[in-house]
Design a protein around this ligand. Structure first.
Ligand code: UD1
Length: 371
């Protein structure tokens, strides 16, 4: 008999794209460890190449998803709609007590809409981040997911402030820390055992790491070509290791260049290999959101090739400097780092490896209360 005492709370967790996987991993581990919960994992299939998906499940020990919705790539509208359409019948069939979503990708928003329309409450992990730039697809996903979620779990105080400013009730906002840093801390020792540097012929501190995939940087061929000019200049002095995202690969193939890029290009790396490569680098240049946080946690200087960040604590407390796409700013900030004057930074509060446990504590407490 399913009395209130022995009934398990059913959590349907959703992940779809590469940056979701390192966030969902510690949450699933924590949920599995608690007798009060049962879980059902949905992979939307937004990312589908082994290097963007399966390799991360293996590296992070994430259980095989209970279902893969195989939505694949398409325009924003079509991709968002397909997840929504395919998640809805699953929610009707599974009837979870909570839908757990992470981050800010299209799958995050779609699953949240589908759940809320069926009266199922949503818990959003990594809530409240705001770049202030509504041209970023992720900003729209963040605003909309937060507006309809019941639990808003934030990584940094700016998230709480943003949500308050948007009129969110205080009892929905929980500053719990950063689940992605739970994953980093749990895996750093394993990553350090890998021989990836030897395989790539790199010396610790003897190279830079570059990642680029934001539509604002890679979808405009002229802007991308200008960015590559300055990055190639850096590569003359400090090898620039560049694992190339599929979106960026497609843009590079459209650039009219006579010669190949003079950077150390690679296919996307797995989680552990990439973590090791970042941890031993002199500097990371990126337009990613998550990497701004990972470099802060590692104490590695980061130059962010964007004009805004939704993660301001990485600048005010961490190792991050916003450099946009202006060559002289990029080069002068890089020079400071090479001269030993890069930011030291400190690790923000609650980025301590226990964020997932705090989240599940709050869910358990509130579900027990019948909230
Ligand atoms: C998505 C997220 C972005 C996140 C990024 C991390 C949204 C709006 N964007 O952007 O927030 O930072 O993931 O990677 O949700 N492709 C492949 N193989 C794959 C996946 C994608 O080749 O496994 C190619 C396809 O050509 C596709 C393109 O990459 O059209 C873009 O993929 P998509 O998921 O639409 O967006 P991302 O740029 O990856």
């Amino acid at each position: 008999m399913n009395t209130r005492e022995n009934r398990k709370f059913r959590v349907l967790a959703v992940a779809g794209a590469r940056p979701n996987f390192m966030k969902i991993a510690p949450l699933l581990r924590e949920l599995h460890a608690r007798p009060k919960f049962s879980t059902y994992l949905v992979h939307t299939g937004q990312h589908y190449d082994a290097a963007m998906s399966e390799d991360f499940f293996r590296d992070l020990g994430i259980p095989t998803p209970d279902i893969n919705l195989e939505v694949g790539s398409s325009s924003h509208g079509a991709q968002t709609a397909q997840v929504l359409e395919r998640v809805e019948p699953l929610l009707i069939e599974q009837r979870p007590d909570v839908v757990l979503v992470v981050g800010d990708v299209n799958s995050t928003l779609s699953a949240s809409i589908a759940a809320v329309k069926l009266g199922i409450p949503v818990a959003h992990v990594e809530a409240g981040l705001r770049s202030g730039d509504r041209a970023m697809p992720e900003e729209i996903n963040r605003l909309m997911t937060d507006a309809i979620s019941t639990w808003l779990f934030t990584t940094e105080p700016s998230g709480n402030e943003n949500l308050r400013r948007e009129g969110v009730a205080e009892d929905r906002i929980h500053h719990v820390g950063n689940v992605m840093i739970d994953t980093l801390r749990a895996n750093l020792a394993r990553a350090r055992e890998l021989d990836v540097l030897t395989r790539l012929g790199l010396e610790p501190q003897g190279y830079a790491v570059l990642t680029l995939h934001r539509p604002s940087n890679v979808d405009d061929p002229e802007g991308l070509a200008r960015l590559f000019d300055v990055l190639e200049e850096i590569h003359n002095e400090l090898p620039v290791v560049f694992p190339v995202h599929p979106r960026t690969e497609a843009s590079i193939s459209k650039l009219r260049r006579d010669e190949p890029l003079r950077l150390f290009t690679l296919p996307p790396l797995g989680y552990l290999e990439f973590l090791r490569t970042m941890a031993d680098s002199k500097v990371v240049l990126t337009d990613s959101g998550g990497i701004q946080e990972e470099t802060t946690a590692l104490g590695v200087p980061c130059l962010t090739l964007r004009d805004s960040t939704e993660r301001p604590i990485t600048v005010t407390q961490g190792t991050n400097t916003m450099v946009g796409s202006d060559p002289s700013t990029i080069l002068s900030e890089l020079r400071k780092i090479l001269d030993g004057a890069g930011k030291q930074g400190r690790i923000p509060d609650l980025w301590d490896g226990s964020a997932a446990s705090r989240i599940v504590d709050i869910l358990e407490r509130d579900l027990e209360k019948g909230k």
